[in-house]
Design a protein around this ligand. Structure first.
Ligand SMILES: [Ca+2]
Ligand SMILES: [Ca+2]
Ligand SMILES: [Ca+2]
Ligand SMILES: [Ca+2]
Length: 471
């Protein structure tokens, strides 16, 4: 055998075999080296708001500025709100740095404002206060012309708005306010017992440190009426009870306006149901009585009455009515300016002083006025001779202080008198006394406050009285 031959050429390489299974996890390697220190990172933080100024005072129409700066991480957003109400539209909210501009401030802008700073971690709030000062302006003033009733309490009020609040004062140009009768409280001027000296110009002034305003007005007086005519025209036209003031005397009267265009003042009443007040021997009620007696404000009462109007209210005419006639139709009414502008007392006492038994006349009357009759005069006691005419007086008259020869007299004789007209004791204030006076003789010869005969055998009615009115 021979030696082995040389190797043949290598064949082509076959395909790789199938991948083997994953090996097992290796052991943990050794710890690496510590790294280098890094750069410092930014820290996160809650917002903190800082405001300036805390409070601010500006005048009206001026601008106010507040700042609100906020720190925190992330950077907070800043907003402003008004604590009560809402921010006015034309306020410049938020310029740079949380700036709040309140432009042309008004009083309504006064109050607290809140700055709110917010980031993702939370929020912070700070409050500032704005005070807007306002000069005074009136919110209430009286009318320019005021009328105050005489003796009443005048009360006039000015009210003003301002900040700081204003002080309201009242003055009169060149004249002091009435001392002791006037006071000013909370802008209201009060004057007690208003009188003519209080009429004139009044000024109220509202003032604070920014300025002042004034209001001017005139106070006039409405005098207490001195007659029914004045009273009725100033108050209600219905008639009734009114206050009158004559010569510093204040009193109540009853006014009758039922007759168109007339204003009658009730001044006296004659009744036979009570005592003979009008025929007192001393003539007191006609001459001297200077306090009212009886019910002056009710014409339906059937008792004697004398009103202050008897000696205080003057006029031209008078009328007589019945207490049981609520329409006060004149049974008689004088014409031709009987009273001539006098009071009734002046007229009736102008003929003489017949007090205390003095005889007033003999066989005549001392004076008379012309009258018209009306209503139920024919059947009214005292009017029995209204349509008669005779030697002492004719039918269309009322006489004062009349007398018949042998007896019989009257303070006011109604209608005719004398031999043909039942002598002289018919009318108001009648006496049977021979020498006519207030003195009563006695027996059947008596006296009555009104009637057709002063004899006890023909007594007058007690069922109604006669009212006496003046205008
Ligand atoms: Ca009487
Ligand atoms: Ca008498
Ligand atoms: Ca006689
Ligand atoms: Ca007689």
């Amino acid at each position: 055998m021979g030696p082995s031959g040389r190797h043949g050429k290598q064949g082509i390489m076959g395909s790789p075999g199938i991948k083997g299974e994953k090996g097992q996890k290796g052991a943990v390697g050794p710890r690496g080296m510590m790294g280098l220190k890094g750069d410092p990172g930014e820290s996160i933080s809650l917002p903190v708001a800082v405001v300036s100024p805390n409070t601010q005072t500006v005048r009206e129409n001026h601008s106010a500025t507040f700042y609100c700066s906020a720190s925190g991480n992330p950077k907070p957003t800043v907003t402003w709100t008004k604590v009560k109400g809402s921010l006015r539209n034309n306020i410049a909210k938020l310029g740079h740095g949380g700036r709040l501009d309140i432009i042309h401030s008004t009083f309504n802008d006064s109050g607290e404002y809140k700055c709110i700073a917010v980031n993702m971690l939370g929020q912070d709030e700070k409050i500032v206060e704005l005070i807007v000062e306002v000069s005074p302006r009136f919110t209430r003033v009286p009318g320019r012309f005021l009328v105050i009733e005489e003796e009443a309490v005048a009360s006039v009020t000015c009210e003003a708005f301002s900040y700081p609040p204003s002080v309201i004062t009242w003055t009169r140009p060149l004249v002091a306010l009435p001392r002791g009768r006037s006071s000013v409280t909370n802008g209201t001027l009060t004057i007690q017992d208003f009188s003519a000296v209080d009429t004139g110009t009044y000024v109220c002034t509202a003032k604070n440190k920014l300025g002042s305003v004034t209001a001017v007005m005139a106070l006039n007086i409405q005098r207490t009426p001195d007659s029914c005519k004045a009273a009725v025209s100033k108050h209600s036209p219905t008639g009734g009870t009114y206050d009158l003031k004559v010569n510093s005397n204040k009193f109540q009267v009853y006014c009758d306006v039922k007759t168109q265009g007339s204003h009658w003042t009730l001044i006296a009443r004659f009744s036979n149901r009570d005592t003979k007040n009008w025929m007192r021997d001393d003539g007191h009620w006609w001459y001297d009585q200077n306090a009212s007696m009886g019910t002056t404000t009710d014409p339906s009462v059937n008792t004697d009455m004398i009103s202050p109007a008897f000696w205080l209210v003057s006029g031209r005419e008078f009328k007589v009515t019945r207490s049981d006639d609520s329409s006060h139709t004149p049974l008689l009414q004088t014409t031709g300016n009987c009273l001539g502008g006098q009071t009734f007392r002046s007229k009736v006492t102008s003929y003489g002083d017949f007090r205390n038994g003095k005889v007033w006349s003999s066989k005549r009357g001392l004076g008379s006025c012309t009258v018209q009759y009306g209503g139920q005069y024919k059947t009214t006691h005292g009017f029995g001779q209204a349509e008669c005419s005779s030697n002492i007086q004719s039918s269309n008259k009322i006489g004062f202080w009349c007398d018949w020869d042998g007896g019989d007299g009257s303070v006011m004789m109604i209608g005719g008198g004398g031999s043909g007209c039942d002598r002289a004791d018919h009318g108001i204030g009648i006496t049977e006394t021979g020498d006519a006076s207030f003195v009563e003789v006695g027996y059947t010869e008596t006296e009555y406050d009104f009637g057709n005969d002063a004899d006890t055998r023909t007594p007058p009615t007690k069922s109604y009285s006669l009212n006496l009115w003046i205008r």
